[in-house]
Design a protein around this ligand. Structure first.
Ligand code: GRF
Length: 201
């Protein structure tokens, strides 16, 4: 059975683009809906260019609004890819174990409310950590707390700035998220994957 996926974004959409590159005809999953809490989210145009329905959520905290769209498109899996708000509890309950999120750090460290974008990488550098990376986890009612399914690790290099580290992490994000989504499509639900470790070269 083809897994029907909805992707929620708030901004640029490079993780959405990485998914679109992999979920081509013949893949076991298809993106059938893209949702955003911001009309100006640049990633919406990626979906519109491929005639994938898009929705801008006027009230992102309204669970019934989410559910009406997810049901209308018979969505099986909800993927948060740069979506910065909490997903309403009623959506989490209805899609128990079928909502995943990508975060640009090695959770449980450097996660939580307000920990997104440049702030994450700044905190990693300030901590003196020798490695960072990305995590895909199941989503519950709290920010970045649900069980981790897969991680990709990258080295923190001397002279790294938050921007340079963010770039190195984003590169592995674009491989990690599609890998988790494809494994979920084959298994019928999100499943854990072995960690990926990037070399320092
Ligand atoms: C990514 O780094 C993701 O891990 C985080 O938000 C960023 C979104 O980037 N949650 P993009 O919009 O997918 O380019």
């Amino acid at each position: 059975m083809m897994m029907r996926i909805a992707v929620a974004i708030s901004g640029r959409g490079s993780n959405l683009e990485a998914l679109l590159r992999v979920l081509v005809p013949g893949a076991p999953a298809e993106i059938v809906l893209v949702l955003s809490d911001r009309a100006e989210a640049a990633g919406l145009s990626l979906a519109q260019a491929r005639q994938i329905p898009t929705v801008v959520l006027a009230e992102p905290q309204d669970g019934e609004l989410w559910l009406s769209h997810l049901r209308a498109h018979a969505v099986d899996l909800l993927v948060l890819a740069g979506y910065v708000k909490l997903v309403p509890a009623s959506v989490i309950e209805t899609y128990q174990g079928k909502v995943i999120n990508i975060h640009p750090a090695l959770l449980p460290a450097f996660g939580g409310k307000g920990m997104y974008g440049r702030r994450v990488h700044q905190a990693v550098l300030a901590s003196g950590a020798r490695e960072s990376g990305a995590s895909v986890h199941l989503v519950d009612e709290r920010y970045d707390q649900g069980p981790v399914l897969a991680q990709a690790r990258v080295p923190v290099l001397a002279g790294d700035t938050p921007e340079r580290l963010a770039e190195r992490v984003l590169e592995v994000e674009h491989r990690l998220l599609p890998a988790v989504v494809l494994a979920a499509a084959r298994a019928g639900r999100p499943v854990p994957l072995p960690d990926v470790v990037e070399s320092s070269s």
